[in-house]
Design a protein around this ligand. Sequence first.
Ligand code: BV8
Ligand code: ZN
Length: 262
Amino acid sequence: MSEGRTRAPDPLGRARTLLHDAARVVVLTGAGISAESGVPTFRAAGGLWKSFQPEELATPEAFARDPRVVWEWYAWRRELVARCVPNEGHLALARLALRDDRDVLIVTQNVDGLHHRAAREAARTADHRRAIPLELHGAIHRDRCAVCGFKTAGAAEVDVSDASTLPRCAACGGALRPDVVWFGEALDPETIDEAFDAARAADLCLVVGTSALVHPAASIPAATLHAGGALVEVNLEPTPLTPLATVSLRGAAGEVLPALIG
Ligand code: BV8
Ligand code: ZN
């Protein structure tokens, strides 16, 4: 008589067990977690880079060469992001971070601010700070002076009709730019150190919606693996992290994360 063979738990079941057993969790998100909110991703079909090249727009050289074109792209993206709302994937991650049964750090490559909005929405009247992410690449709705570094709290009205109408710094009159990290620019050292320290100390790194092509962000999950932790990936398609993942869940963040987190 064949033993009652216990079936290997399905990937979602295995991922739920890994999450349940983890005392310290680092979450790394990319553009894919905002896709269901209507924010275009970078490299997927119809993504932002399809109609533009990163070198043309998301570099200090592009800004020095033609700040008007760079501002035109960011002003368009700001408008678009302002009309988007956090989706069930953002909210599930915020719920996970707000629970007090484990340490959770959300680290995002995204500049759209949707994790912040999800933190406030999920926390309601409670303290939402535990669900505020580390923003590795800055924030699209903040400006920074390209000359003196002065940062604005919000986004200036941007008149892209002429180079002379672009926003200027109130402190020194220098050119304002979006407060994001462009290609070839260093990430904030404290931010990236905090992310890697947390990844090395984590029992689990949960990676959601990133093509894992942009460094140093894409190296964060490996820090957890090298320190003996587990890696769970949530993505619509395979990525360079898939072969390294303890469990790889194929699906949309807005569906998989509520099922994984509850
Ligand atoms: C630096 C802010 C050094 C601006 C961004 C060769 C090898 C290694 C590295 C390099 C190299 N050559 C150059 C580099 C360095 C470079 C780099 O990594 N280049 C890559 C392209 C090879 N990195 C840098 O330049 C970084 N700086 O290295 O500095 C230094 C040190 C000292 C002094 C001076 C310099 C800076 C990188 C930051 C660039 N800024 N954004 C802006 O947004 O406008 S990067 C940009 O890409 C976004 O931040 C984005 O988050 C990030 C990564 O993209 P993803 O988030 O992964 O998005 P993508 O579309 O690619 O993928 C989406 C995924 O989601 C897909 O897999 C898709 O299947 C999935 N998906 C879609 N829908 C869903 C989904 N998944 C689940 N559910 C869904 N519904
Ligand atoms: Zn200034």
